[in-house]
Design a binder for this molecule. Structure first.
Ligand code: IVH
Length: 666
């Protein structure tokens, strides 16, 4: 068999195994065998870019192409549904349908309302052609590259099935609880903000610029609406059964009913049972089953008359408010938290609930001893949504106030314009902020002291061994202890981290990576940055008043100055490297360079700065404007294909290095 035939065969085989694994939950080969076949396909595809296929199973792992989403107009507008929270309105819906159909018998398909974001998938000749988000209902974002990484969405339908040549299928992309919990646990560890609920996590993920992030995060999808000419029959339910045969993941919990009692039985059952589902649901959707009847019922301006969504009541419980405490996060943001008498809510005992911020607190107007309503909606943290009985009958008794001073360090809180939160800004004297700053200092994009985790830092701080990040360099660690040896090693390595990252690491408020780089390149040393005047900084492209003001403020604080001096004493880079200064040329001036693949001599980031140092620009994706692609090993097939199509030069590592070496002479 020639390699091309083998590629086609492997693709077909892997599509089948994917479906067995992700949709049927009944794999017929082991993970190892699967990986083995996948590997074989990857290798063969790398050798045969001429038969590149965006729907190959190898595309499931995503790429690091920058996805700029294109806006596309929906072929058929994506309407939303009328919502109701009460049973009378469900009965009204039933009656309206019955009247609209002049008393003719009808069936209703009851479905779960999945809590994610809706997606429209287009298939042509059995292949996924396009995936578009709902957007505003008229047009949405083309997120095809990201959707391809969702394993339960078929990229290629079985060749022998009876699907129409072209059709659209809509459904919900969601993040299962298991992926959600894992993601939040990871984010907590690295001190990134948590997602409030799986819907936000799914939507954030699907809009990610990087499809390999999407691939990692484990999204899933359920399809619930088949559209287009030539779809199998008149029954919505039956059409979805057909879609399931073609390989789509369709909920197994749909039911056809022919009475209002049937609808209520379905609602009652799932109101409880939904807690045992692997994904979040927030209600049920009722749809008239016959497409002919749907058509005769028609639409209102916003939504179809043949369907309605019944939303489950968020679970609430009543309890007594005992105390409000204020928590200071690592960014300095202050959150009011209520302590209450313990109460059972959605399967767990709850005694704390968030009050979000000063505005929410004020609108609730709380007093200690109030009976309050606690709700656990889509969010994982319960919140107080109102009160039932006030502890006081005296109207003049003032409600609990928000605080003015930090509960940890006592400094005055600040509320920035346009922000809901109050902040403690005492970042050299308030413990949670100090910890936040140390964690920032060691983070990957700053000093990259990766052998130190937040727990160890916490522990050192609590034991009084460190008070700021500079203390890390004088810790009494023993090279004989394996874990401590590693810490010593990465502390040592951090002394080589270039100045621009040191400037970022010291944690000047509002000075992110880009601003740090800009300031470092412009001034060349810490001393010159520290002495820079407001006027001088405002001359720099990309530096505005907020950043410049913050730099001045930082260096006017003697504690910060002393901190920087101690870092200098430990040998951190306080000026732009000799190499960086010398190597600069304009050899790549005006050139846009795309980096792809794995490299031998330098890291990707190093190549990125080399390109910049020689006047070039590193861009994420190949276009007609790209000057050349700097390609390492295993360059992605998508990039290869695009580059060859546009006739863009591929430059390997050695060629690139001699290109800029020539530049040094000129
Ligand atoms: S049917 C015209 N079915 O709920 C029919 N929607 O406003 C349109 N949803 O935007 C949708 N589960 O994102 C349908 N089984 C289900 C659903 C569902 C969740 C979402 C969908 C839609 C919103 C309704």
């Amino acid at each position: 068999m020639d390699e091309t035939t083998r590629i086609l065969q492997l693709r077909e085989e892997l599509h089948r195994h994917n479906h067995r694994y992700y949709v049927e939950n009944a794999p017929t080969i082991s993970d190892q065998e699967f990986d083995f076949l996948m590997h074989e396909l990857q290798e063969l595809e790398a050798r045969h870019p001429e038969i590149f296929d965006p729907n190959s199973p190898t595309m499931r792992v995503g790429s690091d192409l920058n996805n700029e989403f294109e806006t596309v107009v929906h072929t058929r507008p994506m309407l939303s549904l009328g919502n109701t929270y009460n049973r009378e309105e469900v009965a009204d819906f039933w009656q309206r349908v019955s009247d609209g159909l002049m008393g003719a018998p009808f069936q209703v398909c009851c479905e779960l309302k999945f809590d994610g974001l809706s997606i429209s998938l287009h298939y042509e000749e059995g292949r996924l052609a396009r995936a578009v988000t709902r957007g505003d209902g008229v047009q949405g974002d083309d997120v095809t590259a990201n959707v391809r990484t969702i394993r339960s969405i078929p990229l290629q339908l079985p060749l022998d099935a009876d699907y129409p040549r072209e059709f659209e299928i809509r459904g919900e992309v969601l993040m299962p609880w298991s992926s959600f919990d894992r993601l939040n646990a990871e984010r907590e560890k690295s001190d990134e903000p948590l997602f409030a609920n799986p819907r936000n996590a799914a939507s954030g993920t699907l809009k990610s610029k990087n499809s390999s992030t999407v691939a990692r995060r484990g999204l899933d999808a359920y399809l619930y609406y088949l559209l287009g000419d030539g779809i199998p029959g008149d029954g919505h339910y039956q059409n979805l059964e057909a879609a399931a045969r073609w390989g789509f993941q369709v909920s197994k919990n749909m039911r056809l009913v022919d009475s209002l009692e049937g609808v209520f039985a379905y609602i009652d059952y799932w109101d409880k049972e939904r807690r045992n589902l692997p994904v979040a649901t927030d209600g049920v959707v009722l749809k008239v089953n016959s497409l002919a009847q749907q058509k005769s019922l028609g639409m209102t301006a916003k939504s179809p008359r043949w369907a309605i969504a019944y939303k489950f009541q968020a679970e609430q419980a009543e309890t007594t408010l005992r105390q409000v405490v204020f928590q200071v996060g690592r960014t300095g943001a202050v959150t009011p938290v209520a302590n209450m008498d313990p109460v059972q809510l959605a399967g767990t005992q709850v005694r704390r609930a968030t009050l979000h911020n000063a505005d929410v607190m004020a609108s609730l107007g709380l007093h200690i001893g109030d009976r309050v309503l606690v709700e656990k909606g889509g969010e994982i943290i319960p919140k107080i949504v109102g009160k039932t009985t006030s502890a006081t009958t005296d109207d003049s008794e003032p409600a609990l106030p928000f605080i003015e001073y930090c509960p940890v360090c006592g400094s005055r809180l600040v509320r920035y314009e346009g922000e809901a939160a109050h902040y403690c800004t005492n970042d050299t004297g308030c413990p949670p902020l100090i910890l936040g700053r140390i964690e920032h200092f060691i983070s990957r994009k700053a000093m990259n002291i990766n052998s130190l985790g937040p727990e160890t830092v916490d522990d050192y701080y609590r034991r009084g061994l460190i008070h700021d990040a500079a203390d890390l360099y004088s810790l009494n660690l023993s090279p004989k202890e394996r874990s401590e040896e590693k810490i010593l090693q990465s502390l040592e390595e951090s002394k080589k981290v270039p100045f621009e990252r040191v400037l970022y690491a010291i944690g000047i408020r509002f000075v992110g990576e880009i601003a740090a780089k800009t300031l470092a390149r412009y001034y060349g040393s810490m001393d010159r940055v520290a002495e820079a005047s407001l006027d001088s900084m405002l001359q720099i492209n990309g530096i505005g008043e907020v950043i410049a003001g913050s730099v001045i403020q930082y260096f006017s604080n003697p504690v910060n100055k002393a901190f920087v001096e101690r870092l200098r004493g430990y040998g951190l880079q306080m000026e732009i490297g000799e190499q960086q200064r010398q190597a600069q040329s304009d050899r790549l001036a005006g050139q846009s360079v795309v980096i792809s693949g794995v490299f031998q001599h330098h890291s990707r980031d190093e190549y990125k700065s080399l390109i910049e140092q020689h006047g070039g620009k590193n861009v994420g994706s190949i276009s007609a404007k790209t000057s050349f692609v700097l390609a390492g090993e295993n360059m992605g097939p998508a990039k290869l294909e695009k580059a060859s199509k546009l006739g863009i030069r591929i430059v390997n590592e050695d060629e690139f290095l001699s290109l800029i070496a020539d530049g040094e002479k000129s």
